[in-house]
Design a protein around this ligand. Structure first.
Ligand code: NAD
Length: 234
């Protein structure tokens, strides 16, 4: 079948072969930290320096990791499909962009951005961010936070995501454990306005695996390029 409108959800698993740690695989720890210590608004209020340090370290790691064949295959799909391809990523890294994908929604924010709690401005930010770093827009100090959606916060761009899910003819979920909502429920949203297929590519069955039409289990770096080639040749 020749698909015309493909929506792809990616999670930490697609970046694992690039050397970026997932957290479910490490017993619920993210780079050795409990999620509630670094990825909640409460943690930031309690210890902003520690949380900034955690995200500074994740941001500083980005230039030392590269996209892998799964990221490149999705960029090729977008470039060559006669139709639309949208990536909705839960990842906060920039590996889809660096592989060449253009149509990307970062529903959980981006490591390379900060947001001012005072004026709301969002800025590209490649260096470390500290408590005394002033906001480039309003110049206030102590107001910048990582532009990351923490647990307990609303994901970004949900209206656009809901529309895209209801109109796609293929929903592909790659490298996500199905633990984090609302992304884990996206598969139930697809095909509201017409026929759509759903495919999961993950190292192991995700929590929502039974909701997909097809499940392919193995490494994204191997399975995604193969799957993309099949779609382009269909
Ligand atoms: P997760 O850590 O909960 O699950 C990752 C899934 O990927 C697991 O089911 C695992 O089996 C699978 N996986 C591991 N290696 C794989 C491989 N080589 N090929 C295919 N699948 C593989 O990740 P999640 O579901 O994305 O949820 C985690 C949350 O943590 C996200 O919201 C995200 O914002 C954040 N996070 C982001 C990054 C990143 O930006 N790269 C890294 C860690 C955590």
């Amino acid at each position: 079948m020749a698909y015309k409108n493909i929506v792809i959800l990616t999670g930490a698993g697609i970046s694992a072969e690039s050397g970026v740690a997932t957290f479910r695989d490490a017993g619920g720890l993210w780079e050795g930290h409990r999620v509630e210590d670094v990825a909640t608004p409460q943690a930031f209020r309690r210890d902003p320096d520690m949380v900034q340090q955690f995200y500074n370290a994740r941001r500083a790691q980005l230039p030392s990791v590269d996209p892998n064949p799964a990221h490149y295959a999705l960029a090729k799909l977008e470039g060559e499909l006669v139709g639309d391809v949208l990536i909705i990523t839960q990842n906060v890294d920039d590996l889809h962009e660096r592989a060449g994908s253009k149509n990307i929604i970062h529903m959980h924010g981006e490591l390379n951005k900060v947001r001012c709690l005072g004026c709301g401005a969002v800025h590209d930010w490649l260096a470390d961010c500290h408590r005394e770093s002033p906001c480039p827009t309003c110049e206030a100090e102590g107001q910048l936070r990582p532009d990351i959606v923490w647990f307990g916060e609303m994901p970004m761009f949900m209206d656009r995501i809901t529309r895209a899910l209801s109109t796609c003819d293929l929903f592909l979920s790659i490298g996500t454990s199905g633990n984090v909502y609302p992304a884990a429920a996206f598969v139930a949203e697809v095909g509201r306005t017409g026929y759509a297929e759903s495919v999961e590519i993950n190292l192991e069955p995700s929590l929502g695996a039974s909701l997909f039409d097809t499940c392919l289990h193995g490494k994204a770096g191997t399975l995604v390029p193969k799957f993309v080639q099949e779609i382009l040749e269909a």
